[in-house]
Write a protein that binds this ligand. Structure first.
Ligand SMILES: [Cu+2]
Length: 308
């Protein structure tokens, strides 16, 4: 059976789209997962919009363009090959064709620009916040403070759970990733290595949290993929962003410094513990302190901050 190029082209497009839809289907896990090619699972309205825009606008349009261009190239290479056309065509231009290939990209770009600008504005304008937190980048860790509760909670430093760099080599041999994880053992408490910290940022669920971001030294960036936030931490300047973790999504989320800032850039993770509103109140009332139980309690997915 022979199909016309158009039928074959649309068949290819449908196949590519279904592959993409499967690939971008949201996993129900939190944090990065091996083999992921899509975004991490969204837990905020902003990330919902980013995910939707990417999966249902950008990716289908990109796949469509790739498929059309590939099919046209293959068709042209076969149909107009030298062997089958001993007498070369003398056509130099086609006005209609030139108008179409100028207008179609303009229309595509405009169709992308409108929802893109709406999304940028949605993410950029901070709504009336229920909580303000401040994240300050240091070399190389994050420091968190709660301006609303300054009298109750001291600012604290959140450092990576790791072994000293000079202990990562034994007799000149570098430890493997697995050996480092085994060495950390209970300190890591089953949490992902290079993302786990000794003191996470604690925030309540279902609350608009305004994040003030700055730096003590060089430029860092505060980013949490599942929240859809990424903003530079610039010394002498305060940037702001916001997130609201949806009800029922109490869990631990991870991010990393996302602006190359120096030798330990890869070792300043961001760990966010999202707890119920009642639990957050208790945590504040207790001075926002962590017991050493913290890491142990997160083993096996008991995802509540331990206040003492
Ligand atoms: Cu950095």
């Amino acid at each position: 059976m022979r199909f016309s190029p158009l039928v074959r082209m649309s068949g290819l497009a449908v196949a590519a789209l279904s592959v993409a839809t499967t690939a971008f289907a949201e996993s129900n896990k939190n944090g990065p997962t091996d083999g992921d090619i899509g975004f991490q699972r969204s837990v905020t309205p902003v990330m919902d919009s980013i995910t939707g825009f990417n999966n249902y606008w950008l990716v289908p349009i990109m796949i469509g363009i790739v498929v059309i261009v590939t099919v046209l190239m293959v068709y042209i290479m076969i149909r107009f090959r030298a062997k089958a056309n001993p007498e070369p065509s003398k056509v130099t231009h086609n006005t209609m064709l030139e108008v179409v290939w100028t207008l179609v990209p303009v229309i595509i770009l405009m169709a992308l620009a409108v929802p893109s600008m709406k999304l940028l504005y949605f993410a950029d304008v901070v709504p009336e916040a229920g909580l303000v937190i401040k994240a300050t980048g240091n070399t190389w860790n994050w420091e968190y403070s709660y301006p609303d509760y300054e009298d109750k909670v001291d600012s604290y430093i959140s450092s990576i759970v790791d072994i000293p760099h000079d202990e990562k080599r034994v007799n000149g041999e570098a430890l493997t990733h697995d050996q480092i994880i085994a060495k950390l053992g209970a300190d890591l408490g089953g949490r992902p290595y290079l993302l786990a910290t000794d003191a996470p940022l604690v925030v309540p669920v279902d609350t608009i949290v305004k994040v003030l971001v700055t730096s003590n030294n060089n430029i860092h960036a505060f980013a949490v993929p599942q929240f859809g936030i990424k903003i530079d931490a610039v010394p002498g300047r305060i940037n702001e962003t916001w997130f609201k973790v949806k009800a029922g999504e109490e869990a631990t989320y991870y991010g990393q410094c996302s602006e190359i800032c120096g030798v330990n850039h890869a070792f300043m993770p961001i760990e966010v513990q999202v707890v119920s509103k009642a639990e957050f109140k208790r945590w504040i009332a207790n001075g926002g302190s962590f017991t050493t139980q913290y890491s142990q309690n997160t083993i096996g997915g008991t995802q509540t901050a331990t206040a003492q």
